[in-house]
Design a protein around this ligand. Structure first.
Ligand SMILES: Nc1nc2c([nH]c(=O)n2[C@@H]2O[C@H](COP(=O)(O)OP(=O)(O)OP(=O)(O)O)[C@@H](O)[C@H]2O)c(=O)[nH]1
Ligand SMILES: [Mg+2]
Length: 131
């Protein structure tokens, strides 16, 4: 199976809250919460994809991002490579431009949300590093 390369943003605001978005039910891993992002197109770097996707999905202007974690995960129906970046340097308040529900949540509250299975190491690393 071809591996889908995905740029994913862990967006952290000045109150140390993280932006989550709910995946529409008809999508792959639908109904679960995600970190905004999407597929890296041909001729695009991960950073370019991240900037484009965060503008399209949640109306944020990203200025700087820091590489945080890479996860290769095989779902039964899809193989993904998640390229996860931390985003602290951005403008905007966060809006669900695709009519998706969005939420700013404390790191300590992340365990209360259901994420795609590939995200488990992200949640663990965030909880370890941000206390
Ligand atoms: N954005 C995002 N995708 C994730 C996460 N975790 C995870 O397994 N994925 C998977 O990564 C894949 C690509 O994400 P996507 O559906 O956002 O892609 P996209 O925005 O380019 O949308 P598209 O399908 O309309 O092209 C999906 O199969 C999704 O299930 C996550 O935290 N954020
Ligand atoms: Mg997306």
């Amino acid at each position: 199976m071809k591996r889908v390369h995905v740029a994913v943003g862990v967006i952290i605001n000045d109150e140390q809250k993280i932006l989550l978005a709910k995946r529409h039910s008809h999508l792959h891993q639908g109904g679960k919460w995600e970190f905004p992002g999407g597929k890296v197109e041909n001729n695009e770097t991960v950073t370019q994809a991240l900037i484009r996707e965060l503008k399209e999905e949640v109306n944020l202007d990203v200025y700087t991002s820091i590489s945080f974690l890479e996860i290769a995960h095989n779902y039964p129906d899809k193989h993904v490579l998640l390229d996860i970046h931390l985003v602290k340097d951005f403008d905007g308040i966060g809006e669900g431009l695709e009519n998706q529900e969005i939420k700013w949540v404390e790191v300590s509250a992340l365990s209360q949300y259901e994420f795609p299975e590939a995200n488990i190491p992200i949640i663990k690393k965030l909880m370890n590093e941000m206390i």
